[in-house]
Design a protein around this ligand. Structure first.
Ligand SMILES: [Zn+2]
Length: 247
């Protein structure tokens, strides 16, 4: 048990580093109290709170942003975070108060795996198609992993909103050379781990439409050149939606 708890802490350390957090590990409660192999919150969070635990929460609720306006993962529990928590609570049938307490964290624990990925996505779905894992991109491997994790949590929300339909990721992270090989845009979001291409059900347009409310402000889908067979979703600094056959 101790070994497992220590392993969990080790994982957390890696995860925390991956997110580029400052002092995150120190905020963790004793391993014995861990509710989850990935991360355990040890206080209720609401508007006005700040810290690494708020940041961890923001990563998990980022898919419940308002339309086209991603939740800032800044460690500050402002109105935008409270609104995202409310949407998360409503989406999963919890009491809706915008406060992250035991019920909300309980749902997060239920949704996350010990490696911090959400229940329905795994790291292997996002590695570069040339076998280079998460290396060789336009940012460090740890940044890529942190970005991929954030993308996964948005996709988890998208999946739930689409009626818990499985989503198929045809391309996640790409190394720069793999991106060149597949004809990706120069400096593509895929080379940072902030993008995912989806195929299949329910439909490319359905994916594109619902993504608008799931924290993706980059959407390129049907009707845009080269996007007849997948819908591209990403996170970028300002909104770019281009799916003229859908909306
Ligand atoms: Zn793409």
């Amino acid at each position: 048990m101790r070994g497992r708890a220590r392993a969990a802490l080790g994982l957390l350390g890696a995860f925390t580093l991956g997110l580029g957090l400052l002092g995150g590990v120190g905020a963790v409660s004793a391993p014995e109290a861990a509710a989850d192999g990935c991360y355990t919150w040890d206080r209720t969070l609401s508007r006005g709170d700040s810290g690494p635990d708020v940041r961890e929460l923001q990563v998990r609720v980022a898919g419940w942003a308002s339309s086209g306006d991603p939740v800032d993962v800044d460690g500050v529990y402002g109105p935008e975070t409270a609104a995202a928590v409310q949407r998360f609570q409503r989406g999963y049938g919890l009491s809706v108060d915008g406060i992250a307490g035991p019920e909300t964290f309980g749902k997060v624990y239920e949704l996350q795996d010990a490696d911090c990925t959400p229940a329905h996505f795994s790291w292997g779905e996002f590695t570069s198609g040339d076998g280079s894992g998460f290396s060789g991109g336009n940012t460090s491997t740890s940044n890529v992993r942190a970005n991929v994790l954030r993308t996964m949590w948005k996709l988890e929300a998208l999946r739930h909103k689409l009626g818990d339909r499985p989503l198929y990721v045809s391309s996640g992270f790409r190394s720069v050379s793999h991106n060149d090989d597949v004809g990706g845009a120069p400096n593509s979001k895929h080379t940072y781990g902030t993008a995912a291409d989806l195929t299949g059900a329910p439909s490319l347009c359905e994916l594109a439409r619902q993504a608008r409310d799931s924290g993706f402000n980059g959407i390129i889908g049907p009707g845009a050149p080269g996007h007849g067979d997948h819908t591209h979703l990403d996170t970028r600094s300002s909104r770019y939606w281009n799916a003229p056959s859908c909306f």
